[in-house]
Design a protein around this ligand. Structure first.
Ligand code: NAD
Length: 489
């Protein structure tokens, strides 16, 4: 944390981010307004101008949050709170979308139609799963049962790229499981989480069941390591995830980790090539490439490789950058200077490694002199030894690689250290099953069909462990208790 930056900016009279959520939010109202408190300067991704200050929680707030939560485990009618929460968010959709668009630069229509709607869908799926499941399973006649009990106090640490969606996945699952929750949203996207905290209050969450801890990485580090936490759920970078797993391990509590990815999209010659390439490019570029499950590595059968590269270059050229507040289907800027610099470094590395640039390239998108707008970029002939083949870019940069046969396609897809998602385009039902089985990933999607409601979300290997959404997202926050010898009531 750069304290100089905080002090200098505080003196410029930037507004403090509006605090909402009442007593469920820390720092407290007084500390929030205190200029002596550490504050982070938030910048506008579209103009780079400083726009607001975010007060940061430190050890005292973490202590308070844990103390609040300890008494609230298992409190409240979970289904009723969840149902009211969905209604509250529904009523504040537009406010949420505006907050997301302002914080992370998401184009407003994308924020409305995807960012907010995905969160609402997940909460509804969680409610449906909760209603369909039981906290008790009989495992043998004669009073032998397994009880699913809340893990306890859950620390939920989320990133900025799908700011409401990730909050909804974690809070939905933990709430339905009966946990008390402490949410530490990303410092770059706290506005939507503050409105969410307001919705939790309005939904009637009992005192301490939900606390929003505003803060940065240091806040997250203090929270994850606190001995009063019973389970940690984290979405973000693999490097931070590793530290969180170590902190949870030191306390011998579980960690659920949803980390990075470099997901392969396998295009076989029998697919509808034009459609597959169009959808594939979209699946890489959407949200300006800032999605953990982005289909960022396109692997194409040699017979149709040249045609696919040509189609991808044409398709990429049709994707334009635009301002977050402007309506339409364009891409928005990246979230931060750091993210912009990282994407540029990946593009430079691909050029150095000898990948063939077929669309876009280094530098700012045409027409922009300010703002973190990269050029939507496609590289062909990306060999497995190149950095672009293995490293997550988290920007609109697609890599394309040919394969000779099915065995090589699966081998290439499984290269690298990640294992989040795999995408498969083929009309052959037998191949669909073989390849789905061969991919070392947590999720496989075939021919552009979305996951079903409540389907588990998560990965393997360096993409983390643990699952979110639906019944799996609830069970992840529970522990099983074996009870034997119950007499009939
Ligand atoms: P990050 O991992 O640094 O931050 C994610 C969250 O963790 C934030 O809330 C942050 O405040 C918190 N955090 C940071 N350091 C922490 C620490 N030491 N202990 C506990 N919490 C900590 O991610 P980022 O900086 O937002 O993005 C960097 C990279 O992470 C991206 O380029 C991308 O590769 C990856 N990422 C992946 C996902 C995903 O969905 N899998 C989401 C966001 C970012």
């Amino acid at each position: 944390m750069d304290d100089t930056l905080i002090t200098a900016a505080a003196a410029t009279g930037l507004p403090v981010l509006p605090r909402r959520g009442g007593g469920a939010v820390l720092p407290s109202a007084r500390a929030w307004a205190d200029p002596a408190r550490p504050r982070l300067v938030l910048a506008d991704p579209a103009t780079e101008a400083p726009r607001a200050l975010l007060p940061l929680s430190r050890a005292a707030e973490v202590e308070r949050a844990v103390a609040r939560a300890r008494g609230a485990i298992g409190q409240g009618d979970r289904a009723a709170i969840l149902e009211r929460l969905i209604a509250e968010i529904g009523a504040r959709r537009e406010e949420m979308a505006q907050a997301i668009s302002r914080d992370m630069g998401s184009p407003i229509d994308f924020a409305r139609e995807k960012q907010v709607e995905a969160a609402c869908d997940h909460l509804r799926a969680t409610l449906n799963a909760l209603r369909a499941m039981s906290d008790r399973d009989e495992i043998a006649p004669g009073g032998h049962e397994v009880h699913h009990v809340p893990a306890g106090v859950a620390a939920l640490i989320t990133p900025w790229n799908w700011p409401l969606n990730q909050v909804a996945l974690k809070v939905g699952g933990a709430l339905a499981a009966g946990c008390a929750m402490i949410l530490k949203p990303s410092e770059l996207s706290t506005s939507a989480a503050l409105i969410f905290a307001d919705c939790m209050e309005a939904a009637g969450a009992p005192e301490g069941l939900f606390t929003l801890l505003a803060g940065d990485g240091e806040t997250g580090r203090l929270l994850a390591a606190h001995p009063g936490i019973d389970i940690v759920s984290f979405t973000g970078s693999t490097s931070v995830g590793r530290g969180i797993a170590a902190a949870a391990g030191a306390n011998l509590v579980p960690a659920l980790l949803e980390l990075g990815g470099k997901s392969a999209n396998l295009l076989f010659a029998d697919c509808d090539l034009a459609l597959a390439v169009r959808q594939g490019v979209a699946h890489c570029f959407r949200n300006s490439g800032q999605s953990c499950n982005a289909a960022s590595r396109m692997l194409v059968a040699r017979e149709v490789y040249d045609a696919a590269v040509e189609l991808a270059a044409e398709e990429a050229a049709s994707w334009v950058m635009g301002a977050p507040a402007t309506r339409g289907g364009h891409l928005g800027p990246l979230v931060s200077q750091a993210q912009y610099d990282r994407v540029q470094a990946h593009i430079e590395a691909a050029l150095e490694d000898g990948a063939r640039l077929v669309s876009g390239g280094p530098g700012r998108a045409e027409g922009f002199e300010r703002g973190w707008y990269p050029r939507p970029t496609v590289f062909a002939d990306v060999a497995p030894g190149m950095r672009l083949f293995r490293e997550e870019v988290f920007g609109p940069v697609l890599s394309i690689t040919p394969f000779e046969d099915e065995a090589e396609a699966v081998r290439l897809a499984n290269e690298g250290e990640y294992g989040l998602a795999g995408y498969l385009q083929t009309a052959d039902p037998a191949r669909q099953r073989r390849v789905a089985q061969g991919l070392r990933v947590g999720m496989v999607q075939i021919n552009g069909r979305s996951r079903a409601e409540g389907a588990p979300f998560g990965g393997v290997r360096q993409s983390g462990y643990g699952r979110e959404a639906g019944i799996w997202g609830i069970r992840a926050f529970q522990v099983v208790k074996s009870v034997s010898g119950l007499d009939p009531l």
